[in-house]
Every structure is written in C-alpha cells, then in structure tokens.
Design a protein around this ligand. Sequence first.
Ligand SMILES: Cc1cc2nc3c(=O)[nH]c(=O)nc-3n(C[C@H](O)[C@H](O)[C@H](O)COP(=O)(O)OP(=O)(O)OC[C@H]3O[C@@H](n4cnc5c(N)ncnc54)[C@H](O)[C@@H]3O)c2cc1C
Length: 295
Amino acid sequence: MKTLIIEKIEPKRIGELVTVGRILGETPDLLALGEGEVPGTYPRAYQCPETIAANLVDGVADLIQRDGYQVVLLSATTLGSEIAGRLGARLKAPVLSEVIEVKPDMTVKRPLYGGKAVAEYKIQGNPVILTIRRKYFEPAPLEGTTAAAVFNVESPSVVLLSEEQVQTQGVRLEDAEIIVSGGRGMGSADNFEVLREMAGLLRGAVGASRGAVDEGWASQTMQVGQTGNIVAPAVYFAVGISGASQHLAGIANAKCVVAVNKDEEANIFKRARFGVVCDYHKFIPALIQALREEQ
Ligand SMILES: Cc1cc2nc3c(=O)[nH]c(=O)nc-3n(C[C@H](O)[C@H](O)[C@H](O)COP(=O)(O)OP(=O)(O)OC[C@H]3O[C@@H](n4cnc5c(N)ncnc54)[C@H](O)[C@@H]3O)c2cc1C
C-alpha cells in the first residue's frame, strides 16, 4: 500500500503512524507539518510550515492524487480530524476515524457507542483516509533526521494570530507513567489538592473525568476519555470516578487501574486491577502518609 503520513513534527505521534504504515506494507512517506528537524527516515518526505487544516487541504489533495497514495494516515487529534474530513470531501474518499486496529488486508477496527462496541470494516478501493487513535500502537523508534522537500501552500484562508501555552504543573498527562484522576466523587475543586499531592509524591500527573471538568473543578486539558486525552500509563488511579464507558475509552491501554470508590457496584471496578471500596477522604490521606514514609 502506498501510504502517506500527515503529522506535526512530534516524534511519538509520527512513530505511531509509522508502525501502522508498516503493518500495511513498507515504511510510509511523510508530510511533516511545522518548523524544525524532521525525525526518522522515509522513502520520500515533505515538510510544510503550515499547520492549519483549512489552508493545507487543497495542496495536500493534489499531492495525494499526483503521487497516487492509497492510504493516508493521520492521528485522531483535532488537527488530524480536521484535515481528514476535508480531504475526504475533496477527494471523495472514505474517512474512518479513531481507528484502533489495522490489518494488512485493510480491515480496520474502531470503537462505537462510547467504547461499548468495536466495529470491523473492510476497505475496498482507494485512497482511504484513516485517523488513528493515540496510544494504541507502539511508536516506531525514529532514527536520524530527514532533509525533507519543501511543500508550500498558497493563499491561506485562515491566519493564526497567537498561540498561548496552557500552564500545566509537573509532568504532562500524555507523558506520565502514573496518573491520579479525580471524578465528581471528589466533591469540590479544593479536594483535588490531595490528588496533586499524591501525584507529586509519585512523580505523576493529575487527570479528571468529564464529571469533574463539567463541575469546573478541573481544566479541560486534564480530561481523560473519549472526548479528552487518551492515556496509557503504567498505573492509573481513578478516584471518585464511576467508570462510564466514555471515560474507560481513554484508559483502554492503561496497564494497571486502581479504583477508589465508595460504591462497590461502580462500573470502574470491572476495569480495575485493584479496587478499594472506601470513601476517598479516608483512603487517599492514608496512602499519602504511607508514600511519605516510603521516601
Ligand atoms: C459523547 C460523550 C462523550 C463523553 N466523553 C467523556 C470523556 O472523555 N471523559 C469522561 O470522563 N466522561 C465522558 N463523558 C461523560 C460520561 O458519560 C460520564 O458522565 C462521566 O465520566 C462521569 O464522571 P464521573 O465518573 O466523575 O461522575 P459520576 O458518574 O457522577 O461518578 C462519581 C463517582 O464517585 C463516587 N464517589 C462519590 N463520593 C465519593 C467519595 N467520597 N469517595 C469515593 N468515591 C466517591 C460515586 O460512587 C460515583 O461512582 C462523555 C459523555 C458523552 C455522552
């Protein structure tokens, strides 16, 4: 399959897409978006400084048609989804989003109904555009760098005025090996402080359910789940989280889930390796105390 990856210069994301590309055949070509060195080596590589979907799509569609790409791979991020939808319309090509499994014969799987079901599709004809859910494929290690051919877009219709980094303390959620997440059961924004303390002791990051984000106790960037961050830490603590399927969709590849919930019927216990049926007010301070004694 002649495959093109379109992704920002982020080695982990490109690495995941290279892994998917190799399942379908050889190492794919790359269209790297943004400034900076292009990591890894590819049969062909292009680089485009533009990172706005609306400005990219006409030029990218021409490239796909000219070079006869059969598969286009993007990450299921906001940018990837925007490019994929527009490319699909422009090329009259099928788009399958949030793909979690790919086979060499072009059967692909993706979750449905908030992660309660998985659908399998067989794709015929080409080109086809796939967005790949993050953290489902091991990123291929990218060695060296590539001098990519410059790919420019003409007459942008959307202009980026400014970018502001959201301040996050400590370890980033997507890089964290340990995540301590709080849900509506935390009861207030102030109560998240104990989770921050615990995450600090474990050198982890603090996450949240949508329940907690909707209450305004945690920022949207902390949300874990189908419409938040997809994470795959070694240990995931779910504190006061009921375990709705949309939340579980974000932790499908977490290695060890520890649930703390006072309701023994809570759905989270079906996903957890270790479960603590307890009011977190009792358990978390005791755990923090034990962690302090360890150190
Ligand atoms: C299209 C769509 C997308 C969605 N995307 C997401 C998503 O990305 N991420 C996400 O999380 N949700 C998502 N949701 C929402 C999801 O369906 C749930 O509503 C949400 O996950 C519930 O959050 P929660 O578990 O914190 O709250 P609740 O369901 O209210 O659960 C709170 C839990 O805390 C426990 N509890 C209460 N007090 C204590 C205490 N003192 N000690 C211990 N335990 C206690 C309770 O027993 C309960 O189990 C989505 C929904 C839809 C429809």
